[in-house]
Design a protein around this ligand. Sequence first.
Ligand code: SAM
Length: 396
Amino acid sequence: MSDCFDVNYAGREQSQIKHIILEKYLERFAVITGKWCSGIIYVDGFSGPWNVQSESLDDASFSIAVRQLRRARDTVRTTFKKDLQVKCLFLEKDPHAFERLKTFAAAQKDVDVVALNQEFERAIPELVNRIKAAGTGYFPFIFIDPTGWKGFAMNTIAPLLRLQPSEVLVNFMTGFIVRFAEDARAGIDASFQETFGDAEFRECIRGLVGPSREDALVFEYARRISQTGNFRFTPVTVVPHPTKDRTHFHLVYGTRHIRGLQVFKEAERSALNMTGRIRGEAKRREREARSGQPEFFGGADFPDADYVGALSTRYQTQAREAVHHLIRTKKELSFDDVCGTALAYPTVQLDSARAWVNEIADVANLGPLERVAKMDAGHRVKLRESSNRGELNLGS
Ligand SMILES: C[S@@+](CC[C@H](N)C(=O)[O-])C[C@H]1O[C@@H](n2cnc3c(N)ncnc32)[C@H](O)[C@@H]1O
């Protein structure tokens, strides 16, 4: 999806950004895991098709997933001389959407695609059984992309999150969630408790308004995903509304491995690099629809980067403070821990984490596995080098 101005996403550019992240992440994830595991099981709990524009369903997440997993399988074959198995489990509760999903699934001859006309929560025991039946050599990736905040209750999906190994990507529908999270009406109140796992989540937003409240909600949700699934890293990425300067949704990703964190952040960076142009184009379309006048310049000429730039500044400030706090309060920590803290924030990238460490620490190289960072104020922290040496070292 190298084209920023894909007509299939006109009016739903937020889905394009989501799909760029999914596309970039999945292929690399499958190649990297394909080096050592025998197969990938990709589960999409809320498959659609939903608002797709193309006849071929190229702009549906399940179609993107199959394409990227197929590509990864080819790369694994040529690079590692291995046959990576690919299995997909696609769920869709709406019968009409399901018919299209089923037709798509039946047409995939070289990938094992199972389409189920079921509600995600009800299917959890079956999904867990199917994943376990595939065998321990399979790595599950779970995608949860609902239309609101219901249908993926934390305690219900816990058995899926706890599978080891596994990774998860959740679309946290922030736009709706911030509006209704404190709605006291019985049905709404109960459904939020289910999504977060209990009623305590409201403590984190007490007294907060605006962006702070929004951040607190999504970070609390990410913390609960981390806790429930024992995911060491749960970074959050932000997907803005295409034409308004506000959040549309966040994506919360869970992994137990530093390499997953790194690859996910690279996928986020690819999407962010395109977001200004996508938003510029979306705003141009909106102006044209209002005025009836075609405009000469588009998003490529005038990317709309100010809002994402402001978000980035805000998260850089928060992440830097968090990293400084972490380093000052620990006697020993790994660079992976620093990355886990810094990269948990939307838009923050690895080079920033490295810079913040170097900013307050005089990093002395004591050998290949251990470095001692002499802190200002005389505090010393032992920084163990990343488990992923060469990729994430403090050297530069
Ligand atoms: C946001 S759309 C999915 C979009 C798709 N992942 C994509 O990016 O192309 C959510 C889909 O989930 C379906 N759905 C809603 N509630 C569901 C549930 N409880 N279980 C399974 N599917 C559900 C809807 O009918 C809709 O097709």
